[in-house]
Design a binder for this molecule. Structure first.
Ligand code: ADP
Ligand code: MG
Ligand code: MG
Length: 199
């Protein structure tokens, strides 16, 4: 079973990974964006960790909803509302249980990813965070390490795609040949699950 402390560790691990990889995320956002993805997420996850430490939510649902709200209110740019919606919707789907099973979490995360697709209008293959998140949720039934591998593979597979959503889509064919920054950060987020589980 996964308790609030597991989800706190997830957010802490993601914050550390975003700090470590911020320059690379911003460098990926340079040729096909506006070179701010690393700093956007650093600001957002720093606020997430601070809020989680301060308010110490006692349930998985409350913790993820708090984290999502922080991302929406602190990240300027497309990724803030999208990641914020992902965590808020996932948290909402977990309800007020003190512990949730891995199956319940998988279903909740799927609801979260569906909400991101509804908000941003992106589908798999559009060269966005969705290209890492959908394969991750599909693999989550096989465990956190399988989800991490699927997300990393999904992020790498964005390189040959032409962007059809977000800022990179303005470049048309010139977006081809670059890995999507948001898919790359989504792989960090999913890797944080495995880390929180000690894998
Ligand atoms: P901005 O483009 O506003 O500067 P960021 O640089 O923080 O925001 O985030 C860019 C990332 O957001 C992209 O690499 C992409 O993965 C993701 N993204 C952008 N638009 C969408 C969308 N409509 N649906 C899903 N993901 C999106
Ligand atoms: Mg950007
Ligand atoms: Mg921007």
């Amino acid at each position: 079973m996964l308790d609030a402390d597991f989800f706190r560790r997830w957010m802490t691990a993601t914050t550390a990974a975003v700090d470590r990889e911020a320059e690379r995320l911003t460098a990926l956002d340079s040729p096909i964006g506006d070179a701010d993805h690393g700093s956007n997420l650093q600001r957002g996850f720093t606020a997430v960790t601070a809020a989680v430490e301060k308010e110490a939510p006692q349930t998985p649902g409350a913790l993820l909803m708090l984290a999502g709200r922080q991302l929406i209110s602190t990240v300027g740019g497309a990724s803030g509302p999208l990641y914020g919606t992902l965590l808020r919707r996932t948290g909402k789907a977990l309800g007020d249980a003190g512990e949730v099973s891995e199956d319940q979490f998988t279903q909740a995360l799927r609801a979260g990813v569906d909400a991101v697709m509804a908000l941003g209008g992106a589908a798999p293959g559009d060269k966005t965070m969705i290209d890492a998140l959908v394969p991750a949720v599909d693999a989550l039934g096989d465990g956190f390490a399988a989800a991490r591998a699927a997300a990393e593979e999904g992020a790498l597979a964005t390189t040959p795609l032409q962007a059809r959503k977000g800022r990179a889509s303005y470049l048309g064919e010139r977006s081809i040949g670059h890995q999507d920054p948001g898919a790359t950060s989504s792989a960090l987020l999913i890797a944080g699950l495995a880390e929180a589980n000690g894998e």
